[in-house]
Design a protein around this ligand. Structure first.
Ligand SMILES: [Zn+2]
Length: 139
């Protein structure tokens, strides 16, 4: 089952590539201009997320996908990485690989020339700091 945190990260990544979250029922769409601010999510993104989660994701879709956010939060779904571009994609928990990563309609993607979507917490930087500290201790 995809946790709220996984789904939030999933949306944050795709928002950074310009995808929108659609609410077809009333023609609404969410597309925060900024997602990351410093080492955290932007207020604009947090507001979008609150709006989605206030309805448990019911009837909200990431543009280019068929699963509602509500479905992703059920035990049938989990979030894994796309085999082509490494972006988070919804997968059915029963081991059937999803064929439709939202990247399938982004012809320019994957693209290593542009800044890669990320989470606000810099895990790599954090790890290398720990490594440096460990090495210092050894000397
Ligand atoms: Zn992909």
């Amino acid at each position: 089952m995809a946790s709220q945190l996984q789904v939030k990260t999933y949306l944050a990544y795709w928002f950074q590539l310009g995808k929108k979250v659609l609410l077809p029922k009333d023609g609404g769409e969410l597309s925060p201009k900024s997602v990351i601010r410093g080492d955290r999510y932007s207020q604009e993104f947090e507001d979008c997320w609150q709006k989605i989660i206030a309805h448990q994701g019911k009837d909200y879709y990431l543009e280019g996908t068929h699963q509602t956010i509500e479905q992703l939060l059920t035990p049938a779904w989990t979030i894994t990485s796309c085999a082509r571009c490494n972006m988070p994609v919804p997968t059915i928990e029963l081991g059937i690989q999803s064929v439709d990563c939202p990247c399938s309609d982004l012809p320019e993607w994957p693209n290593s020339e542009i800044p890669q979507p990320r989470s606000p917490i810099n895990t790599v930087g954090h790890l290398s700091k720990i490594q440096a500290r460990l090495q210092k201790d050894k000397v």
